[in-house]
Design a protein around this ligand. Sequence first.
Ligand SMILES: NC(=O)c1ccc[n+]([C@@H]2O[C@H](COP(=O)([O-])OP(=O)(O)OC[C@H]3O[C@@H](n4cnc5c(N)ncnc54)[C@H](O)[C@@H]3O)[C@@H](O)[C@H]2O)c1
Length: 668
Amino acid sequence: MNLSFKDEILAGIPADRLPEAKPYDKDINHAPKRKDILKPEEKVLALKNALRYFPESLHAQLAPEFAEELNLYGRIYMYRYRPSYKIYARPVEEYPARSRQAAAIMAMIQNNLDERVAQHPHELIIYGGNGAIFQNWAQYRLVMQYLATMTDEQTLVMYSGHPLGLFPSHKDAPRVIVTNGMVIPNYSKPDDWERMNALGVSQYGQMTAGSYMYIGPQGIVHGTTITVMNAARKQGGSPAGKLFVTAGLGGMSGAQPKAGNIAGVVSVTAEINPKAAEKRYTQGWVDELHPSLDELIPRIKKAVANKEVVSLAYVGNVVDLWERLADEGIHVDLGSDQTSLHNPWAGGYYPVGYSLEESKKMMADDPAAFKEAVQASLRRHVAAINRLTAKGMYFFDYGNAFLLESSRAGADVLRLDGSFRYPSYVQDIMGPLYFDYGFGPFRWVCMSEKPEDLALTDALAMEVLGRIAERSPEEIAGQMRDNIHWIEEAGRNHLVVGSQARILYADCEGRTQIALAFNEAIRDGRLKGPVVLGRDHHDVSGTDSPFRETSNIYDGSRFCADMAVQNVIGDGFRGATWVSIHNGGGVGWGEVINGGFGMVIDGSEDSARHIREMLFWDVNNGIARRSWARNAGARFAIEREMARTPDLRVTLPNEADETLIIKSLNQQ
Ligand SMILES: NC(=O)c1ccc[n+]([C@@H]2O[C@H](COP(=O)([O-])OP(=O)(O)OC[C@H]3O[C@@H](n4cnc5c(N)ncnc54)[C@H](O)[C@@H]3O)[C@@H](O)[C@H]2O)c1
């Protein structure tokens, strides 16, 4: 029986029948087999856990099927329960719903799972190799059913992909509260995730994957463009003819070549997985694919000599590329890496000397040997990079735990005092220039799914930023200019993959004024549907991550997570439509706590109030914390905010004289 789209959503998990089994689609990018971590008695538990979504009458058929999935893939995805309709963000009114806010969340979920957007869509992995939206298709079906039937006086509670249920609340409360990977701190090692995920009780939500806020590679293109542009500026002179070398054409990393082009450099990105490279090539995100280094090297020389703006990809292992560049004595201006080193033992990083298939097999069959191969590869990786930085290359960690994992592998990446010999991009660029002033990756999605709505929002954002920039203080004038340039070019750069979404970096004033302008345009009908506001978790206040977002916090608090936890609580009672808080994301399980929000605005007075109240907190929480950590830009920004907001009173630090302190300590 073929149900309509709406009826299939409303049916949830049918109690009386099994949906037709879905054949394993070989043409799609699948998650690697996860390691076989469960003891026999734990496998019993995993199956019991999976079967609790279904009536007992179906267990005889489902149990062997799930046992086979656990055996073949290391996880129970419940492939049979993939819906029969195509998954993509439909215009909001096409969803069955009693709450428009809930319908918007359904569209966001479907956008994340769109085959053009998700990395391993059938395993519900959105990006980063393990960034999950749900653990299995039963959860997806239940969530969609709950969202389709809930009202604006209920809240859906999500535990790591599992919908605990709908609870009565009120219209100003979030419609959905998401937690992902929240575990007792002492049980937050990578294998704890493997075990709990295989048991079906926890998941790695990455940052925007588990919070339904991923908008494809555009989300990261902008941040990457800012980073590459500013890294090139650090090297002095014009970007033309500068060579930028990096790795990864996956979910997020796939943005690097495009950002290289926008920044005006020659970029070379290594990608070992031909499917991932091909996907980015056909989407127009990288200009040329080169499977052979012999043929790539002369092409690089030519591109640099002619100062071309071009993105080249090496389809192979990045370590081979770095070693060849070092051997050939090619001058590289900028270097980085975006392999998924937050997930080094389960497919995030492929060791040199092994084919992709060999690695995948070793990872599942002999995890200890695989770990050794990865660590040996990282030592070679760093050694080649060190040869090039000795000749003037500027290398930065790109927030993927490259330096952290390399140091754990014994690579030559530490200074005598134990600190990393290379900076993270947040220490050098994103922190002092952006986060400390409240600039972060604000984004929006037009729920009408009409390109003309997106074009109008671009124009409104440009107008608002232009107006604010006229009176911006010198400290943030450059950031404003770069963002106005970005939004002017955004339409022409064809950045949309999936839903009609846009990102730009803005501070509190920018985000608020842009959102209010959208709200008015919805109210007077210029915009044809509601708009979802959100942001990457990678932001001013949302993320405590000692090797990334908070790596430029130097008062000893970078291993504390109060800011991220406070942030999500504060957003929750100031008007967010949904909030989420995650363990892991970006740099790895146990290494970061990050959170985000989504807010549906519909032109109403309530929306205007939510925008004002929630965005203010969502940005200024982090600025206040950064100011308390004695970051000069943040001190400037929070004092400026206090001057215009009488109700804001932030504790400011007093500076102490270090000579006095040392003298006092020496007297003891
Ligand atoms: N700094 C930031 O703002 C930022 C943003 C997004 C992602 N990240 C981090 O960057 C990493 C990449 O994210 P993603 O979403 O692109 O992950 P991904 O897993 O989709 O992509 C990584 C790619 O690297 C390739 N790869 C792995 N080892 C390789 C090797 N040795 N040589 C060549 N290619 C290799 C993989 O095949 C994969 O396609 C993650 O750790 C993520 O957390 C940082």
